[in-house]
Design a protein around this ligand. Structure first.
Ligand code: 13P
Length: 340
């Protein structure tokens, strides 16, 4: 049965204290990261960078799965091996981001809606044939003066649920990513209230679209203070607020929760995940892990700078961050011995 494959993939994605590495930035977003550190913004450099990441020795000790972007699913190594095959042969599960990014939601001032649902069934079938076993769809929810509105939250939740149902039909695990972004002056309490409202809407829609919760991974934001808020919550406060919010909003049947880093520093993203697991792990119905992009990749991209000479050092740093987050999943991360 197709759904049995979905359930076993979801379990494998969160097994053995490992986490998920997101390298699914669109060419535009990847180019932005390259521009920040002076790397040329070409397909060739993007390909070299992705190859650097997936060929990092021992990556599968800490990483169960990687999320690719469409461009990377079509790339091959010099010997003709596709990146997807290389990833599978390394013992890592390949997935792909299938949404087509956020646009202005018509009639709603400054709020976003995610595009990409048209033709998704056909695209998923092609990915499944290539060996892809899960997908990702991100919805962006912004906190500001009188936003988010329930109209925006419900529209995004509905699309996340339609996407998730199509993934399960195709035998793929949907990563469901409703991200309440951290930009803004809002407090921890406001982030918690909005996150809870978003999650309630998402699970209501998942239920209505008959999505099997044991076959999804939820990828939420942590509950944190807005970047410009004058009072920044402590690691302990973030852990308490995030767990309290998730326990009130996420059904126990969900296969796993894998946080995004959202722009937190590498160390903070590890420390926050660690605090949650250290204090609450034994009391939670779902495994709590990571699905970070920037909080794993940032040091590696800065070290690499597009130069062959720096590949080994960049890979060592990437592996170090993966290992830090693997430790955080066990509640055993020590930020004092974390060099970055
Ligand atoms: P960050 O960890 O950099 O927030 O990225 C996660 C992600 O996949 C965003 O969609």
């Amino acid at each position: 049965m197709i759904i049995d494959n979905v359930l076993s993939t979801a379990k494998a994605m969160v097994a053995d204290h490992k986490g998920i590495l997101a390298i699914d930035e669109s060419p535009i977003s990847c180019n932005k990261r390259f521009a920040e550190v002076g790397i040329p913004q070409t397909e060739c450099f993007r390909k070299d960078y992705r190859e650097l990441i997936i060929t990092t020795p021992h990556l599968s000790n800490y990483i169960s799965s990687v999320i690719l972007c469409d461009e990377t699913t079509k790339e091959e190594r010099q010997d003709g091996t596709s990146f997807i095959k290389y990833i599978i042969d390394s013992g890592i599960i390949p997935g792909v981001k299938v949404d087509r990014g956020e646009r202005e939601l018509a009639g709603y001032n400054g709020e976003k809606i995610t595009e990409g649902i048209d033709g998704l069934r056909e695209r998923l079938a092609i990915y499944a044939q290539k060996g892809i076993r899960f997908a990702k769809w991100r919805a962006e929810i912004i906190i500001g003066n009188s936003i988010p509105t329930s109209g925006c939250i419900d529209a995004n939740a509905h699309l996340l649920a339609r996407y998730a149902a199509l993934c399960q039909e195709a035998g793929l695990v949907p990563i469901v990513e409703p991200e309440v972004t951290m930009n803004g002056h809002h407090t921890l309490e406001r982030c918690k209230k909005v996150t809870a409202e978003v999650l309630h809407s998402v699970f209501n829609q998942l239920y209505r679209q008959k999505v099997v919760l044991e076959g999804i991974i939820l990828k939420p934001n942590m509950v944190i203070s807005g970047l410009e808020c004058s009072v920044q919550a402590s690691i302990n406060e973030v852990a308490d607020a995030t767990i309290n919010c998730l326990l009130q909003s996420v059904p126990a049947a969900v296969a796993g929760i894998a946080f995004l880093s959202g722009g937190q520093s590498c160390q903070l993203a590890s420390a926050n995940l660690n605090a949650m697991n250290k204090k609450y792990k034994s009391k939670l119905p779902w495994p709590l892990t990571f699905s970070y992009a920037r909080a794993i990749q940032q040091p590696a991209i800065e070290i690499w700078q597009g130069k062959k000479l720096n590949i080994e050092e960049a890979q060592a740093e990437l592996l170090h961050r993966a290992q830090c987050n693997y430790s955080a999943r066990r509640g055993e991360y020590d930020k004092h011995s974390d060099k970055y």
